[in-house]
Design a protein around this ligand. Structure first.
Ligand code: NAI
Length: 333
């Protein structure tokens, strides 16, 4: 079926893969009118798990699912690919330094970027989920010089959704009531979840918080001491409570990232390749508030940035620069 969209999922035999595949095949990502063809890329040790998921997909008899192919060869996996979701990554092992982690992942995302450059369809769009997601996306983009850099993104939608979740709780609101929230920087504990432009049912969030908490100082204290650290460290909280990392929420965020990029959205957060917006060095994959008209995420420009916000953005961007420099020092990226 040539009208089907080819979606390549790496690490498809892993936990997030298992949470992603069924929702994609059910039409949650591209809609009920777009048939999909799935390509599952794994390393040899992960192939059986991916094959097992494929058997179950067959047993769902999803009307939109046209074909499933499983491979451990990146070129085969990305041949004619329209949407690539790069989930598989090397986790941090015991005693592994940050530089080792960056190097191990550079060894995955460099070759996958090159295979995307060599084999993917003209309209390829890539989202990197596997950590360190921003720098992995930078490496993939750098390894595919013939693919426009704006086709490469990294996932910070989970952070965005986590921030919405914290605000709905604090403001007794529904998710749809909250708009114009932004995640800036790296998908890491240095990220800056920013409510300074956010509104709840049209009212500035900062005013709604001040009214509920008894003044601006109390609202700012709640943001600094509760909201920002809770969102930034939510991954660790999930591991502690659940005994395992975020899986269903991560898969859901990846689906919403691709869905909104394709269908269009007026405002969300995503990490995209900087072209210098808000003073972020060109080429870094940094999270910004973004919009899409269906042909890719674009940074929402022209927002006023306070001094407090600037300091938080700068420290996360400094971490992205350090990650980039670390992979460059290894001769990569
Ligand atoms: P997992 O360990 O269950 O699955 C990872 C899979 O990737 C494994 O099946 C493994 O065999 C496969 N894999 C490893 N190297 C590969 C390669 N070179 N090519 C293809 N497949 C490869 O891990 P899980 O829970 O599914 O998480 C995946 C990644 O997503 C992790 O890096 C995790 O840190 C990240 N993550 C990112 C989030 C975000 O918001 N950006 C949120 C949650 C997780």
């Amino acid at each position: 079926d040539t009208s089907a969209t080819t979606i390549t999922i790496t690490g498809a035999g892993g936990q997030i893969g298992y949470a992603l595949l069924f929702r994609i095949a059910a039409g949650d990502m591209l809609g009920a009118d777009r048939p999909v063809r799935l390509r599952l890329l794994e390393i040899p040790q992960g192939l059986r798990a991916a094959e097992g998921a494929a058997l179950e997909l067959q047993d769902c008899a999803f009307p939109l699912l046209r074909h499933i192919e499983i491979t451990d060869d990146p070129l085969t996996a990305f041949e004619g690919c329209n949407i690539a979701m790069l989930v598989g990554a090397r986790p941090r092992g015991p005693g592994m330094e940050r530089a080792d982690l960056l190097a191990a992942n550079a060894g995955i995302f460099g070759p996958q970027g090159a295979a995307i450059g060599a084999a993917a369809a003209e309209d390829i769009r890539v989202v990197v989920v596997g950590n360190p997601a921003n720098t992995n996306a930078l490496l993939a983009a750098d390894s595919a010089p013939d693919v426009p850099a704006d086709r490469f993104t990294a996932l910070t939608r989970l952070d965005h959704n986590r921030a919405v979740g914290q605000l709905t709780d604090a403001l007794d609101a529904a998710p749809d009531d909250i708009d114009r929230l932004a995640i800036w920087g790296n998908h890491s504990a240095t990220q800056f979840p920013d409510v300074s432009h956010a509104v709840v049912r049209g009212e500035p969030v900062i005013e709604a918080l001040s009214a509920r908490l008894g003044g601006l100082a109390a609202a700012e204290a709640w943001l600094d001491e509760s909201f920002i650290p809770r969102v930034a460290k939510r991954g660790a909280e999930i591991i502690e409570v659940r005994g395992s990392s975020s899986v269903a929420s991560a898969a859901n965020a990846a689906i919403e990232h691709v869905r909104d990029e394709q269908a269009g959205t007026a405002w969300t957060s995503a990490a995209v390749v900087s072209t210098g917006e808000y003073g972020v060095p060109e080429g870094l994959v940094c999270s910004f508030p973004v919009r899409s008209e269906g042909s890719g995420y674009r940074v929402i420009e022209g927002l006023a940035i306070s001094e407090r916000s600037r300091a938080r953005m700068d420290s996360s961007v400094a971490e992205l620069v350090a990650e980039r420099d670390a992979v460059r020092a290894l001769g990569l990226g």
